[in-house]
Every structure is written in C-alpha cells, then in structure tokens.
Ligand binder design. Structure first.
Ligand code: HAX
Length: 434
C-alpha cells in the first residue's frame, strides 16, 4: 500500500467512528433555520452538506483545510522559492488535513505518473466526436469512457463489503486524477492543432506536464499552470460541480460517473463556463468599440448595454462570496508580476474598477465583486493559449482534486444516499399563510 493510502486509512478509521457517533448521539440537534427564501432561491445558506476539504467564508473567501491561498503559496511545497505551490501538495492537504513535505509531494507525483495510462477506446471516443463538439462535451465523454477501468465497479460487482468501498474508490480517484491531464491535452491538440499529439514528459510535475502535452514549455506558463490548478481545486461542497459529484457518488455510482456529472455542471455559464464567457464578452466589446484599447467610458457604456440587454456580466457576482474572490486577487498578483503591457489584461483590470459600482447600483446584485473566472482566461491568453472554449476543461482538471478527495471521504465515512424532500407549490403557499 502506498504511504498516502496508508496515511488516509489511518485517519479514516477513527474519523468514520466519530462520524457515526455524531450521527447517532447528536442527530436531533438543530443546526440552522430553513426559510421559504432559502429553499426557493437555490438552497443558499442552508447548512446541508459535510465537506472536509475546504470552507468558503463570504468575506474572506476560500480556505483549504484552514489555509488561505496566500498561506498555501507560502506553506505548500514548491519547486523553487519563487514558484507557485504544486497542486500535488494541495491534494495531500485536502485528503489528509496535514501539510505535506517535499517527499510526500514527490511520491504523489510519481504515483500519478505511473497511473497516467489512458486506454485506446477513450481516444476513439474523443476522436468520434466532431470538431464542433464543445471541448467540455469531449472531456465528459472521455471521463465516462474511462469508467470501463473502474476498480470500484469491479469490486462492487464482486460483492465487496461496504466498509471497504473506500479502497477501490481510492484507486479510481488516483487513476482519474492521473489520467485527466492526458485526456485534456489530447482534446486540446485534437481541436486546435489538427490532432498532432505531444507525448508526456515523465520528468515534469503534474501541472507542467499538462502544459507540455498542450504544447507549452515556457517556465512562466508552468508557474501559471501550478497556480491555476491549485486555486481552482475546491470551493467547499455546495457549488454545482462539487455538489453534483457528491450527489451522484451518494448513489454509489463510481467516481468516473460522479465526477463526470460534476463536470457537466461545471460546463454551465453560471459556473465554470463563465471563464470562457468573459473572453467572448471582452472580445465582443473590442469588436464593437473597434479598438483593443478602449477607454474606461467606452468599457462602462458596454457594461451598461450588457445589463440593459438582460444579460449578466460574466466573471462578476457569487452565490456565497460578498467580497473580491481571493482567487481573482492571486491571479491579478501573478499578472502584476509577469504580464506587463498586455492590453487585454488592462481591460480586465479596468473592469475591476468599472463593474462593481454598476452592479452595486442595480440594487439587487448581492455581490458586485469579481470571481475567479474574471481573470483566468486573460492570463492564458497572455501566454498564447487563446482557445477560450477549452478553458473550462482546465478548470475541470483542477476541480478533480477537491471533489474526488471529498467523495473518497464520503465513502470512508460511510455516508448515506442523499435524498432531500420536495414539496408542492400549495405546500409552500400554505406555509406562507397564503
Ligand atoms: N451581472 C448582472 N446581473 C447579475 C450578476 C452579474 N454578474 N450577478 C447577479 N446578477 C443578478 C442576478 O441575475 C439576479 O437578477 P434577477 O433577480 O433579475 O434574476 C440578481 O442579480 C440577484 O442575483 P444574486 O443573488 O446576486 O446572485 P446568485 O447567487 O443568484 O447567482 C451567480 C450567483 C454567480 C450565478 C451570478 O452572480 C452570475 O450570474 N454571475 C455571472 C456569471 C458568473 O460569473 N459565474 C461564475 C461564478 C463563479 C463560479 O462558479 N465559477 O465557476
């Protein structure tokens, strides 16, 4: 058994006992108020899920096992002091709750390299889709095709004891994380480079290898990928991709199906697709105004026009956050360090000044501040990765780290099927006294 798996089982056994005790002895303790608004407005704020890997605070943003993004940048292992943290280390932290050493991170990286084997039929599935298929559709189709190798499916069919579900789930999660960069890069090269593929470089870390297989070997791009794949990894349990993954896994679907479901949610414009919408929208702005260096007044007018047309400004707003997303800040800092004199990034920076007062002035937008998606595409554009329809796939590769660590915990704790209750409109009206 690998060191990571050993360490996980050492933590999981007592945690499962605690979980069962909490449920059995304190099950009737009330933990929150449910109102008509909290249900009919998207279940926001209802304390309804357990998530060990990260917690989102409306004012402060995300903390991964208690650590903010700047703290992760300081404390997680890096390849050099000026580099960004390695996502391998964040996975270790999210899974075990402890900060990894350099050796821990190295071991995970080596294990993922060994597991990065994608069967031929998965490439055939990707190739069978036409070039006008969205990269996220290719990605989810490939993930489902990978499920033929599911160790959980095999173990379940062989009648494994439910207390051991976590074991084969662990194998699937580790295999899937290892396979994702390979299929993501394959999809990228299929769509944008006539299918000319680039082999993995086993000397590289998980992030740099993804960049390499996509065709990018610049040291700054490698740093950007390490940052990108770290900050997109998790956003507690209630966001659409994490919740969909958890929900589907709760029916004992295998990790490939569960994560595939999460990715179909990530592909929605109000979630991860927003990272491509920002680029499309700014390009529309540039096209309409007729210059790549619009004035602040021109940007302002375009924003007003977008709102007047009954559209949202992509990259702004959030269902939980009420301040600027620290993931936006981390990327802005990266741009400040490495991406000077870029007119597209200048527009993104100008929007940060212009959009919040406009949204705030509408009087209905709960959070007028930017989220992660407002910045991410512009950084990729800066390094020549201009194919915006692919951006949500990159987000998805990173999100695997959090949602798969979470469903592994779901299995280890022996969590039950998720099944909230629904009610009719008459029931709600009766409750309202109408
Ligand atoms: N532009 C214009 N109007 C906005 C807005 C924006 N960026 N954000 C919210 N609003 C509007 C809503 O559409 C809603 O209008 P109606 O009452 O007329 O329907 C009103 O303000 C109240 O919405 P809210 O309560 O503030 O926001 P929600 O919690 O319902 O939704 C969203 C949160 C992120 C979906 C929303 O802010 C939005 O649509 N933003 C733009 C899309 C986006 O950036 N999505 C990515 C979010 C982060 C993420 O998940 N990344 O993957």
């Amino acid at each position: 058994m690998s060191t990571l798996k050993n360490k996980f089982v050492e933590k999981a056994v007592p945690a499962a006992a605690d979980f069962k005790k909490l449920l059995k002895e304190y099950g009737s303790t009330e933990i929150g108020k449910v109102t008509i608004e909290s249900v009919l407005d998207g279940m926001k704020g209802i304390p309804a899920l357990l998530c060990l890997t990260s917690k989102l605070d409306s004012q402060e943003g995300i903390r991964f096992r208690g650590y903010s993004i700047p703290e992760l940048q300081d404390k997680l292992p890096k390849l050099s002091p000026t580099d960004e943290p390695l996502p391998e280390g964040l996975f270790y932290l999210m899974l075990l709750g402890d900060l990894p050493t350099d050796a821990d991170v190295k071991e995970i990286g080596e294990e993922w390299k060994k597991r990065a084997i994608v069967p031929k039929h998965v490439y055939d599935v990707i190739d069978a889709l036409p070039l006008d298929s969205a990269p996220m559709a290719d990605f989810t189709a490939a993930i489902l095709a990978l499920a033929t190798g599911s160790e959980f499916l095999k173990a379940y069919s062989a009648g494994v004891n439910k207390k051991d579900y976590w074991d084969s789930t662990y194998e699937d999660c580790m295999n899937l994380i290892a396979q994702l960069p390979v299929i993501a890069a394959y999809i990228y090269r299929k769509h944008y480079f006539n299918g000319s593929q680039i082999a993995a470089d086993p000397s590289l870390d998980w992030s740099a290898n993804l960049a390499h297989m996509m065709g990018y070997d610049d040291a700054e791009i490698q740093k950007l990928f390490r940052l990108y794949l770290t900050i997109h990894a998790d956003h507690e349990g209630g966001n659409v991709s994490a919740h969909a993954t958890h929900l589907v896994a709760s029916a004992l679907s295998n990790p490939y199906y569960a994560y595939g479901a999460g990715m179909l949610g990530l592909a929605g414009p109000l979630h991860g697709y927003a990272n491509q919408e920002v680029i499309a929208w700014v390009n529309d702005m540039i096209g309409e105004i007729g210059t790549s260096t619009p004035s602040k007044q021109q940007i302002h007018d375009f924003c007003e026009k977008t709102i007047a047309a009954g559209r949202v400004i992509p990259g702004y707003g959030h269902a939980v956050l009420r301040k600027t997303d620290p993931r936006f800040e981390a990327q802005r800092e990266f741009a400040g360090k490495y991406c000077q004199n870029d007119s597209f990034i200048q527009i993104i920076n100008d929007l940060y000044e212009i959009v919040p007062p406009i949204l705030g002035g509408l009087g209905k937008v709960k959070n007028p501040w930017p989220n992660v998606d407002a910045y991410s595409g512009s950084l990729l554009m800066h390094y020549g990765i201009t194919q915006a329809p692919f951006y949500t796939v990159l987000f998805g590769v990173s999100r695997a780290l959090g949602v798969l660590a979470s469903i592994l915990w779901d299995r280890a704790l022996g969590m039950q099927i998720e099944r909230p209750s629904s009610f009719t409109m008459e029931w709600f009206k009766e409750k309202a006294g109408i």
